[in-house]
Design a protein around this ligand. Structure first.
Ligand code: ADP
Ligand code: GLC
Length: 490
């Protein structure tokens, strides 16, 4: 099949969270399975053209794209996704994308992604490349299905093209004032009550995508079920319920070419289940980097996260004194809301031999933490899939997670596995969202850490898991077939 894959971020060019990782890896896996894939993302000025080998596409030249009544010139650059033959097309419009940030709160944020969405369709037309599927991701690409079916319906080349929308996080919906549809030249009737995009007097790009795409999926089975409830659906639950028959859950994979302690070039000591010696050396190296005293017998708890409400760190805030009494050290890498940044910043100041905090984004350090920490904490309030717990499994860094979304689908609690008569657990988890329950799960992990043979077993159980993209890519192939059937009215 021919697949056009559209995302607001694609690793290694731009990444603010897991979507970047997914968009950098899934297309490569799809192409390995025989699909012809082209990836599209905006050309931000946050990454180097030469560093990533971007080429200007002279054949396409300048493409006029109209947004809010103004013609904006769009140019196209291409590159090849690392380790693959997949071509990525960068939609270049400095007026919108040279902001030194990937996403913004600027008043024209809607226009930026209207331009991106229309730009993709215009590029496809000029390439004369008819995709079987346009695979949209999150609100930034949520308008593509309706644009394709209505604004560009005149172009017969898209008659059979089906659209898929993947929801990576329903908490981000792209809600804009009501003139956003006029800016995109989408019919005003879709802004009327009951229309595709109307949302409490505003326009909602994600809702539009949910209602207009042929099929929808999200990134784990449990999150799919959660999304249909008011607690998790963030106001979109009724629309997801209305599309229940076309709504699927497909767990993300991870890229073991990037995340593998045996081959990772960002860590000083490689290791594998057959030889774990490197892990303790990495812990020592990491402690040195962080100015923490190194003690093999004191467990090091790692956190790598966007510091936002979703990730559950208010649990840490409430129970912080209790947590600091635990015999453990902490390393926190993250950025986000001021309240969480100052919580962890102050903690490191108050407990310099126990806590080290790095505020900001640091890819190399994220690999070092995965390799050097003993435990990885992810107490999310909700988690569509989550990738870091999967990286942690591979690095023998035992995850402690809340049972929600993808965390519930990927981590098997050690004590629960024992209770069921097997020693198959890969981590520790808790159900009810409370700091007491989180502390309890952490304490169970710390107890297990004291017994080296038990710990070793849990680590190895995790390292043996296989969350490679292969299985997920198969499921996406099936999803594309369903989308085509739907498009053809069958
Ligand atoms: P989300 O997409 O909700 O942020 P995921 O677990 O799916 O959560 O993916 C997060 C990705 O972003 C992981 O690859 C993680 O390593 C990375 N990440 C998050 N914060 C940082 C940071 N401060 N520095 C480096 N990488 C980070
Ligand atoms: C989102 C979710 C995260 C998921 C990622 C990739 O950012 O918060 O759980 O892993 O998208 O799908």
């Amino acid at each position: 099949m021919k697949i056009a894959f559209a995302a607001g971020e694609v690793f290694p060019y731009a990444k603010t969270g897991g979507l970047g990782d997914v968009a950098g890896a899934l297309p490569v896996e799809l192409s390995k399975r025989g699909h012809e894939v082209k990836v599209f993302m905006p050309k931000y000025n946050t990454f180097g053209e030469t560093e990533f080998g971007l080429r200007y596409n002279w054949d396409l030249g300048e493409i006029p794209v109209r947004v809010d009544g103004q013609i904006r010139p769009v140019h196209v650059h291409t590159a090849t996704l690392p380790g693959s033959k997949v071509e990525i097309y960068f939609v270049d419009c400095p007026h919108y994308f040279h902001r030194f940030r990937v996403y913004t709160n600027d008043p024209d944020e809607d226009e930026r992604f209207i331009l991106f969405s229309k730009g993709i369709i215009e590029i496809l037309q000029r390439l004369k490349w008819t995709p079987d599927i346009i695979h949209c991701n999150d609100w930034q690409t949520g308008l593509i299905p309706v644009l394709l079916k209505e604004n560009y319906a005149w172009d017969k080349m898209f008659d059979k093209t089906a659209t898929v929308l993947s929801i990576h996080n329903v908490a981000y919906q792209g809600i804009f004032p009501k003139n956003a549809f006029a800016k995109a030249e989408i019919k005003q009737e879709h802004f009327m009550p009951g229309g595709l995009g109307e949302f409490f007097g505003n326009i909602n790009f994600l809702k539009t995508g949910i209602l207009a795409s042929d099929v929808i999926n999200t990134v784990s089975e449990t999150y799919k079920l959660e999304l249909k409830t008011p607690e998790f659906g963030c106001g979109l639950e009724q629309f997801l319920v209305s599309r229940e028959n076309d709504f699927y859950g497909i767990l993300n994979g991870i890229d073991y070419d990037v995340w593998n302690p045996k081959t990772d070039r960002l860590i000083p000591h490689n290791y594998s289940p057959a030889g774990m010696g490197g892990k303790i050396k990495n812990k020592k190296y990491l402690a040195g980097r962080l100015n923490l005293p190194f003690d093999e017998n004191v467990p090091l708890i790692g956190i790598i996260s966007r510091l936002v409400d979703q990730k559950g760190f208010d649990l840490a805030a409430y129970g912080i004194n209790q947590l600091m009494e635990l015999n453990a050290q902490w390393v926190i890498l993250g950025s986000g809301d001021e309240k969480y940044e100052s919580l962890f910043y102050d903690l490191a100041k108050k407990y310099p031999s126990k806590v080290s905090t790095y505020l900001g984004y640091n890819n190399e350090l994220s690999h070092l933490i995965e390799a050097g920490a003993d435990i990885f904490l992810m107490p999310s309030r909700f988690e569509p899939c989550g990738l870091n717990q999967l990286y942690s499994l591979k690095y023998g860094t035992v995850p402690v997670v809340r049972k929600t979304g993808g965390l519930a689908d990927t981590i098997l609690d050690w004590n629960e596995s024992l209770a069921a008569g097997s020693e198959t657990g890969t981590g520790f988890s808790f159900n009810e969202y409370s700091s007491m329950n989180m502390a309890d799960a952490l304490k169970r992990a710390l107890d297990a850490f004291k017994n080296k043979s038990v710990w070793n077993k849990i680590q190895k159980n995790g390292m043996k898991q296989n969350f490679s993209w292969g299985r997920s890519a198969e499921k996406y192939s099936d999803l594309y077939k369903k989308a085509l059937l739907k498009r053809s009215g069958k």
